[in-house]
Design a protein around this ligand. Structure first.
Ligand code: UDP
Length: 310
């Protein structure tokens, strides 16, 4: 296959590029480098099957030659980023998705949307199955991301129904691993960097809110399987093992051997109190489930940050 990845210089995009190249495919990467980094792709410079274009997917996009797939991953994805870039986040989710779908339609390529567990908002059903419609505050600060992705899902389904585009929607739950930015503001990177530099670990609220953390290799495997063998209905991808944020802080302290203290800071507005995927559909459709336990994934991520910080 020859595929386009929007957001290729990001955390997930760069791992997906690696995986597709390893599978023998040709990859065109696109990124406007607002939250992505060329460093994530530097190791691919020597691969003749990889090419990169610095471009904003909200502008008119043209790609020379045939395309078999479009993986639309471009978007700020850390709460810190989308709260700082609210309008860009709404634009890439709406206009950017429209451009990417238009390109897929023109090329008769399969299209995959990277959606999010944030479509469930602060969920009232737990764990979250795909049939749950969510509890999103459209005018709260997180609404810029949640509603952009909800709109992107609606547009993807409209292109599927009206234009017969072969589409996939994956709802990605909290994912972590090497190539997260040290200062992207997410909990795993924050805690690891804080622990390694001996600064206090910042737990927001009382730390009783839960998340379910999926290692990036597992996630990418799920994306590729669903792209190849899935259908148009949305599919959750995430690790169903649920932890409180305080438990995560304690795991990070134990695994780094850090003696940094824990401090408590205010909980962000509309921060979901619980989050855990029901992955029954991913299991049934493509036989996918995560294989990397939290401690093993954290150990690999800690190694990455140790190296990066030195
Ligand atoms: N969080 C925290 N300390 C931090 C960063 C995040 O306690 O330094 C909490 C945050 O309030 C949320 C959870 O960790 O409850 C996950 O936050 P993250 O930004 O990683 O992603 P989210 O799941 O909110 O999209």
């Amino acid at each position: 296959m020859r595929v386009l990845i929007t957001g290729a210089a990001g955390f997930l995009g760069s791992h997906l590029a690696d995986r597709l190249l390893a599978g023998g495919h040709e990859v065109v990467g696109m990124d406007n480098l607002v939250t992505g980094s060329r460093d994530n792709l530097a190791h691919l410079a020597v691969d003749p099957r990889f090419s990169f274009r610095e471009q904003d997917v909200t502008d008119y996009v043209e790609v020379d030659g045939p395309l078999d797939g479009v993986f639309h991953l471009a978007s700020p994805a850390s709460p810190r980023d989308y709260l700082e870039l609210p309008i860009e986040t709404l634009q890439v989710g709406s206009l950017g998705t429209h451009r990417a779908l238009g390109l897929a339609r023109g090329k008769q390529a399969r299209f995959l949307l990277a959606s999010t567990s944030e479509v469930y908002g602060d969920p009232l059903i737990h764990p979250q199955p795909e049939g749950y419609w969510g509890n999103v505050n459209p005018i709260g600060p997180r609404g810029v991301y949640d509603e952009a992705k909800r709109f992107a899902e609606a547009l993807t389904m409209a292109y599927h129904r009206c234009h017969d585009v072969d589409t996939r929607i994956v709802r990605i739950f909290n994912t972590y691993g090497p190539r997260m930015r040290p200062r992207d503001g997410r909990v795993v990177s924050n805690f690891i960097v804080q622990a390694l530099t001996g600064r206090p670990l910042t737990v927001y609220g009382d730390g009783s809110q839960t998340r379910s953390f999926c290692y990036v290799d597992d996630l990418v495997e799920g994306i590729v399987r669903l792209f190849e063998r899935g259908g148009p209905e949305p599919v959750n991808l995430g690790n169903p093992h649920e932890f409180t944020v305080l438990e995560l802080a304690q795991r990070v302290l134990a695994l780094t051997g850090s003696t940094a203290p824990i401090v408590y800071e205010p909980l962000p507005v509309d921060d979901p109190k619980v989050r855990r995927p029901d992955i029954g559909r991913a299991r049934a459709v493509v036989g996918w489930e995560p294989t990397v336990a939290l401690d093993a994934g954290l150990a690999a991520t800690i190694e990455y940050f140790r190296h990066k910080l030195s």
